[in-house]
Write a protein that binds this ligand. Structure first.
Ligand SMILES: Nc1ncnc2c1ncn2[C@@H]1O[C@H](COP(=O)(O)OP(=O)(O)OP(=O)(O)O)[C@@H](O)[C@H]1O
Ligand SMILES: [Mg+2]
Length: 250
């Protein structure tokens, strides 16, 4: 069963150049899918379509049985609570403390809960990502990069999303931190086997390590999809280059 079905998705911003030029991709439910590709191939644009932040020029996106093209802006905002999103820079609110950042979506979407219940969820999520209580009242500027990621992830999972999206979670991090974040992604995914994880990356190692399913974008299309073996065995020139680059990287 698929959590997300993308059919013949095309997107042009200027009416001439198609950034996405016929993407057809199924993202299986309960699995980790890694979307890879060189810089500028439209990975972030694709994920923004899935979140309904960008509307397609043509084609369709079905998420958990809903054709999101049929949702109006207000319905889309509500629908977005199915998603947890961790942006590259964690995108925390600078003036909010750690706990306030995690509380934010809970206060927005769980008005049915009492103040204490909301606080309890926020604390649970923070402990799940390994942030201890001494950091709860700190501002993002007082946290390390790794802690900010953890805080962003706690916020992303605050509403127990069906689908977790990560855009370049480890870009710019040192190897030790990269492994920590990769493990965090794996643990978070395994914590709830029902949940679907999508990771955008240009790190082939992460793709091979995390991905049950890997899709590579190029030229606005899916160049290749499959598992690690599919990529190692491929004789597509660009795939070989990507694999070679990933190996050299180590
Ligand atoms: N809102 C926008 N308006 C116009 N062009 C855009 C917009 N968003 C993205 N683009 C263009 O779409 C192309 C793909 O961008 P995108 O950010 O999706 O690449 P990417 O694969 O995520 O790259 P990276 O690995 O560097 O993050 C780029 O040429 C970018 O300039
Ligand atoms: Mg990007």
């Amino acid at each position: 069963m698929n959590a997300i079905e993308i059919k013949d998705l095309r997107k042009t911003f200027d009416g001439e150049k198609y950034i996405l030029d016929g993407i057809t991709l199924n993202i299986p439910k309960g699995k980790i899918t890694v979307i890879i590709g060189f810089s500028g191939t439209g990975k972030s644009v694709l994920i923004k379509h899935v979140l309904g932040l960008i509307r397609p020029t043509s084609g369709s996106i079905n998420v958990l049985g809903t054709d999101i093209g049929l949702l109006n802006d207000e319905q889309m905002i509500r629908f977005r609570s199915h998603f947890g999103m961790l942006f590259q820079d964690a995108a925390l609110f600078d003036d909010f403390t750690t706990i306030e950042n995690v509380l934010f979506p809970i206060q927005e979407f769980r008005k049915d809960l009492s103040k204490e219940q909301k606080l309890e969820i926020a604390k649970l999520k923070l402990s799940q990502v390994g942030l201890s209580e001494e950091h709860y009242d700190k501002l993002p500027s007082e946290l390390s990069g790794g802690m900010r990621k953890r805080c962003g992830l706690a916020r992303a999972i605050a509403l127990d999303p069906d689908i977790l999206l990560y855009d370049e979670p480890t870009t710019g991090l040192d190897p030790v931190m990269t492994e920590t974040v990769d493990n965090l992604i794996l643990n978070t995914h395994n914590h709830n086997r029902e949940s679907t994880t999508v990771v955008i990356s240009h790190d082939l190692h992460a793709a091979f390590r995390l991905g049950d399913h890997i899709a590579m974008l190029d030229g606005g299309k899916v160049l290749l999809e499959g598992n690690a073996k599919t990529f190692f065995d491929s004789d597509i020139d660009l795939v070989q280059k990507f694999v070679a680059k990933g190996i050299k990287h180590e």
